[in-house]
Design a protein around this ligand. Structure first.
Ligand code: IMP
Length: 430
């Protein structure tokens, strides 16, 4: 299949980095189309750990075209830092293998400050954002007051637009948030210099991706965060500010939706969430703690401990259905090794009535309680297993049970952080 969307089907941190890295081996072009440095994709190659925030995972494979699309909220300092970090470790990054859309909206200092201040004002309703300025940047994009990379590369235009933006943001920072104002000239100098450093990478990336597809090249669209954090389909307002699944690709990468050939979700064998918001299958108890330790469930971007719970078949079924996923990949199955009993939420209940459907109104999710069922666990180490039939019978029974509950085929399983630790079930994503 020439074009493939791979996206998170839970609340992010599904282990997409590793799978995308694996699938990137067979791609010609790897594209980020939404989110920003709030994402943290961890990839382990030959025992070396890389955490990528903005640069697509294809960068770790020589000869791939890596694209940061126009739908990404771009922190230029973070991107340059990441490029330098990769170069320092011997990874080649240049204007040919990393292309950045001229239309990507830039995250400025004021976005980061406002992100953090806004959380204080939300009080009980705080979202638990990553504090990276993502929401305020997208808000300005929608308000038509944002600056794109191409605006900064035109000094006169950049100054006019930043002056207008800062006039409003400084009033907000000073009068509402009681912060110090930002200086136009120094901000302009700083961000213009950052944009200039990125100039060798700046391109009409949508055109390049469409041309590559027309030449029969394989395009991998790498989703960040997860479907349940999608601004439209997720647990609003406890979501990120972009469309995280295949729904974000057309706008965020400039790629025609009709040309998306295959869609594959990624979900862990259990469930985690960072930040606030509904999480029906959460285990705020020793089980959740045990999953956190076994799965090393601490944020790749912020280091925050993740909230942990059992697999939620209602949420994942909804995520895969809304995305139109062809299949999905179950990750971190090895983390469940050693539990006597493994549970999963298979229905929700409200006022004595059970449903298999995700609630239509995101705000009402917390009024439902999960209905759990369980299967026996296994004790064997499965991290070295490479063939499905070599998994313990109890692990296979768990996988097949979840597959039935979610009503979508599991094409692959992941049993450890390394590229090699995967089990194919004969349904390859490409
Ligand atoms: P923001 O994207 O920083 O605005 O944060 C909004 C919500 O999305 C918060 O609950 C974050 O914890 C969550 N979030 C953002 N990026 C990620 C991610 O990569 N993994 C998991 N959660 C994320």
């Amino acid at each position: 299949m020439p074009s493939l969307s791979v996206f998170g089907a839970q609340w992010g941190d599904e282990g997409k980095g590793k799978l995308i890295d694996l699938l990137a081996q067979d791609a010609d072009c790897v594209v980020r189309y939404q989110g920003g440095a709030n994402a943290g994709h961890t990839v382990v190659v030959g025992g070396e750990k890389y955490v990528l925030h903005l640069v697509p995972s294809g960068i770790l494979h020589p000869g791939k075209l890596n694209v940061v699309g126009g739908g990404v909220a771009l922190d230029p300092a973070k991107l340059l830092e990441e490029i330098e970090g990769l170069r320092a470790r011997g990874v080649a990054v240049d204007g040919q293998n990393l292309r950045v859309s001229a239309n990507a909206h830039v995250i400025f200092e004021h976005h980061r400050l406002i992100d953090q201040c806004a959380e204080r004002w939300r009080g009980e309703g705080r979202i638990g954002t990553t504090g990276r300025g993502i929401g305020p940047c997208y808000a300005d994009k929608a308000a038509r007051t944002g600056l794109r990379l191409c605006d900064l590369l035109d000094p006169a235009l950049g100054k006019t637009r930043l002056r207008a933006a800062l006039a409003e943001k400084n009033a907000l920072l000073v009068q509402v948030h009681k912060e110090a104002p930002l200086d136009l000239e120094s901000q302009l100098d700083r961000y213009s210099a950052l944009a200039e450093s990125l100039r060798p990478h700046v391109a009409d990336t949508g055109k390049e991706i469409r041309a590559a597809y027309a030449r029969g090249k394989r395009i991998l669209f790498e989703g960040a965060q997860g479907a349940m954090l999608d601004i439209d389909a997720g647990t609003y307002p406890f979501v990120t500010s972009s469309n995280t699944g295949p729904n974000g690709i057309a706008a965020g990468a400039g790629f025609p939706p009709r040309q998306l050939d295959r869609i594959v979700g990624i979900a862990k064998a259990y469930c985690t969430r960072v930040g606030e918001g509904p999480f029906p299958s959460e285990q705020k108890n020793p089980i959740g703690d045990r999953i956190r330790v076994a799965g090393n469930e601490y944020g790749a971007t912020t280091g925050r401990p993740r909230r942990c719970g059992w697999f939620d078949a209602v949420a994942v079924r909804y995520a895969l259905e809304t995305a139109g996923a062809d299949s999905w990949i179950m990750t971190n199955l090895d983390v469940l090794t050693g539990f006597d009993e493994i549970r999963a939420a298979v229905r929700y209940r409200k006022d004595g009535v059970e449903t298999r459907d995700w609630p239509a109104h995101a705000s009402s999710v917390e009024s439902y309680e999960p209905v759990f069922e369980s299967k026996p666990g296994w004790t064997e180490d499965i991290t070295g297993v490479r063939r499905y039939e070599d998994l313990p019978a109890a692990a296979r029974a768990y996988v097949e049970w979840i597959e039935r509950e979610v009503a979508a085929p599991i094409g692959m399983l992941s049993v450890g952080p390394d590229r090699a630790q995967v089990i194919s079930r004969g349904l390859e994503p490409w």
